[in-house]
Ligand binder design. Structure first.
Ligand code: 3MF
Ligand code: MG
Length: 339
């Protein structure tokens, strides 16, 4: 059963526990050490930011060497690279956003850096580029032109599609954090942009559970809508306790029924993309336990796959036909309680 799904995570998912109010509480593991954990934990592939592969200021030759080194480690470990995401939110030239910055020089930096992420993707063997548009938003709405902003994002997407005729763009939308307000806050917003792009077939989404929850939506509905468009190309499954900061809690750890909805939808659609788990360990987690949240999230996912597969669909159909949603609800909740 497990062979049906390929599991991935990013090196940022093994972290030091630092938060805006306190310093690291666990040592920072070297990337090569993290890579050795993947297979042990039952994972198959790695999600990467451009500067997880090598520093963003390296020249062409250094970058080529950095990519070759990582590629070799991936091959040796039996892993694949799922995607590369340009990290457009840490550099001084992305303070006011990447593609939507008011400064033309800063926008140029974001575009050049994104093209370089495409080069890196080619060198490590993936065609998927994820755009988490972290700072494409504002703290005050008057700061930028809200009509021009989506146009600039679209121009950037088109520029990347033209730069390499093979890559795919996956928008990972989030309504807030780090910005107060994002320009394209939900997957639906990005899907509309996909159809306006120069090559809609190569534009789709990565949907993160916590991001949908922060937008007040059920992740399974966002996921189902993207599946309807045949544009769900990756997921970041996790959980989120209400409308707070982005918590990246272990999948299913807050709302098991909501997690079940997600798995049930993916199962019904025979979703073939990777199951990315964008989860963080609690700050209280000891160093020796710092990868448990990844193993746990994967285990909860697989357990919910079993539950989804045990659902008697003829019973569901009968209860639907009778409009007996009360009994249908009890049936699902009892399944979740192990009955
Ligand atoms: C933020 C995120 C990001 C993205 C990552 C890859 C740091 O809420 O989810 O994690 O997933 O940048 O796109
Ligand atoms: Mg994410």
């Amino acid at each position: 059963m497990t062979r049906n799904y390929r599991f991935t995570f990013g090196p940022w998912n093994i972290g030091t526990g630092s938060d805006p109010f306190g310093p690291p509480v666990r040592p920072d593991l070297p990337f090569a050490v993290k890579l050795r954990e993947y297979k042990k934990l039952g994972f198959d592939g790695v999600q990467l930011h451009d500067d997880d592969v090598c520093p963003a200021d390296w020249n062409v030759e250094q970058t080529r060497r950095g990519c070759a080194e990582l590629k070799k480690i991936l091959v040796d470990e039996g892993l694949f690279a799922e995607f590369v995401a340009p990290r457009l939110w840490e550099h001084a030239q992305t303070i006011d956003g990447g593609y939507t910055a008011n400064s033309e020089a800063d926008r140029r930096y974001a575009l050049d850096r994104s093209k370089r992420a495409v080069d890196i993707a080619n060198m490590i063997g993936t065609r998927d580029i994820v755009l988490w548009l972290a700072r494409e938003g504002t703290y005050i709405r008057e700061a930028k032109c809200p009509i021009e902003a989506p146009r600039r994002i679209l121009d950037a997407v088109n520029m990347l599609l033209a730069y390499d005729k093979n890559i795919r763009i996956l928008g990972e939308m989030k309504p807030n954090e780090p910005m107060d307000q994002a320009y394209l806050p939900t997957p639906g917003h990005f899907l509309a942009l996909c159809y306006k792009s120069a090559d809609p077939k190569r534009c789709g989404v990565l949907i993160e559970s916590a991001h949908s929850i922060l937008a007040g939506l059920d992740p399974s509905d966002d996921i189902a809508y993207a599946l309807f468009h045949e544009k769900l190309w990756s997921v970041h499954l996790n959980d989120q306790n209400g409308l707070k900061y982005d918590q990246d809690k272990s999948f299913g750890s807050v709302d098991l029924r909501r997690a079940f909805n997600t798995v049930w939808v993916l199962e019904r659609a025979k979703y073939g993309g990777c199951i990315g788990l964008d989860v963080k360990a609690m700050r209280t987690t000891k160093p020796e336990h710092q990868v448990k949240h990844l193993a746990n999230s994967r285990a909860i996912f697989l357990r919910l796959v079993e539950v989804a597969r045990s659902i008697d669909s003829s019973k569901v159909e009968r209860l639907r036909a009778e409009r007996d949603y009360e009994s249908l609800e009890l049936y699902i909740v009892e399944k979740l309680m192990g009955k």
